[in-house]
Design a protein. Structure first.
Length: 136
């Protein structure tokens, strides 16, 4: 066993990994087969379901209907100054576009979205993911 580790363990591991890459045949201009290495993509995309647009529009309509109903139960929410400012900025941005909204309406949209997302995706929902991370 006369392996040279002068470059370090990482360099040796990288060299071994490079040798293990699968190869495919590639035809050059003069039609001679040449070995080419297959690169494994660093970032793997996820496929968006073909019915995503329809489902998304349905969800928007469900949320719109829920927020359209008059809220009867009073509730108090505690926001950080940043959260309060962000909601106020949203109200102002929509006011500049000619769309009337309120802090209450934006909060109700967010709550209805989280509830609907949880009902549809359970443990894969945004709510579940955030709560898991908050409790770890």
């Amino acid at each position: 066993m006369s392996e040279d580790y002068s470059l370090g363990t990482y360099s040796k591991l990288a060299e071994v990994a490079e040798k293990k890459k699968p190869a495919i045949l590639d035809m050059t201009k003069d039609k001679r087969p040449v070995k080419a290495t297959v690169e494994t993509p660093r970032y793997r995309d996820t496929m968006v379901p073909s019915n995503y647009g329809v489902k998304f529009q349905d969800n928007i309509e469900l949320i719109r209907k829920a927020v359209k109903l008059l809220g009867e139960k009073a509730a108090t929410h505690r926001f950080t100054p940043k959260e309060k400012e962000a909601i106020t900025d949203l109200v102002y941005a929509y006011k500049k576009k000619g769309i009337t909204t309120s802090e209450n309406e934006i909060t109700r949209i967010a709550i209805n979205y989280l509830v609907l997302d949880y009902q549809q995706r359970k443990e894969e929902s945004i709510l579940s993911s955030v709560l898991e991370r908050l409790n770890t």
